[in-house]
Design a protein around this ligand. Structure first.
Ligand SMILES: [Fe+2]
Length: 290
């Protein structure tokens, strides 16, 4: 059961300096798509490394088709399953569903509301660097779209995942303060401790469910940006466990498969409390406070 989680597979490897696509990428035979993907790679890398903000980019009819298709399919599932924090963020940002949004505009609006920002990502970024951006109040987001031949699938992170999964949360102060804390702690972490923060991010921010007035709603960006995962996570094939950070950080995950185990977070505040305990356990609290 392979799916778009493969996007996360190589978060620990060094960042590529030129575009390398997965052999299963549906755009591989499309010269025009590859040219544009290379353009997006180079542009994001240039802006990211020089800290130049987010470039404005032109989208094609194929990109807009993908965006419209995915937005239309996700809409009813989000209305039924997405958590309140996500739906409120979507409402505040008014992310367009008929036309591809510009990251630059979203970033400016988020900045006004919570002080957080967006930095462009050329593709996968290794975890320590990724967390470093969170520590500095920035979420790395991709600006390109998956190939139009398969709107429901991508082997790499794309704008659907980043903008429809992560971005709506960035207007919530409690949320951005939390991911910033995780980012800051991870910058002080040993390699072994970083694995724990990686798992925390995976099972919480990417694939967490959340309790809301007696119901279990979808919180994680990896779930919210995938029709298949959102349906699967409620099925009998999945074990749903109460969120316990010491259990979470002991558990390995397979990014190439649908998630067989997910955690239900009581609230972002509770996840933060448990994260603070982990930070203390790792002996990072004193350095964090200074
Ligand atoms: Fe993500």
């Amino acid at each position: 059961m392979s799916n778009e989680n493969e996007a996360f597979e190589s978060q620990f490897v060094e960042d590529a300096t030129s575009l390398i696509l997965d052999p299963k990428h549906p755009g591989l035979g499309d010269v025009e798509y590859l040219k544009r993907r290379e353009h997006f790679f180079a542009l994001a890398r240039e802006y990211r490394l020089a800290d130049k903000g987010v470039p404005r980019v032109e989208y094609t009819d194929n990109d807009r088709f993908v965006w419209r298709e995915v937005c239309a399919k996700l809409k009813p599932i989000h209305e039924a399953k997405a958590c309140k924090m996500y739906l409120e963020g979507r409402k505040i940002l008014q992310i367009p569903t008929e036309d591809t949004p510009q990251l630059a505009d979203l970033s400016a609006e988020i900045k006004e509301l919570t002080g957080f920002g967006i930095a462009p990502a050329e593709g996968l970024i290794n975890f320590r660097d990724f967390f470093g951006y969170l520590a500095r109040g920035k979420m790395l987001c991709t600006q390109y779209l998956r190939h139009h031949s398969k709107p429901g699938y991508t082997p790499e992170p794309d704008m659907v995942h980043d903008v429809l999964g992560h971005v709506p949360f960035l207007v919530n102060q409690e949320y951005v303060d939390y991911v910033r804390l995780v980012g800051r702690a991870s910058q002080l972490a040993s390699d072994e401790q970083l694995v724990a923060f990686n798992r925390l991010y995976w099972f919480g921010i990417e694939f967490g469910l959340i309790e809301e007035q007696g119901e279990i709603k979808v919180f994680g960006a990896g779930l919210l940006s995938s029709i298949g995962e959102m349906e699967f996570c409620y099925s009998d094939e999945v074990t749903r466990l109460p969120f316990d950070i010491f259990d979470v950080t002991q558990r390995d995950y397979d990014p190439t498969q649908m998630q067989q185990v997910v955690y239900v977070i009581p609230s972002v505040g509770e996840m933060r409390k448990q994260t603070e305990e982990l930070i203390r356990k790792f002996g990072l609290d004193a350095s964090l406070a200074s």
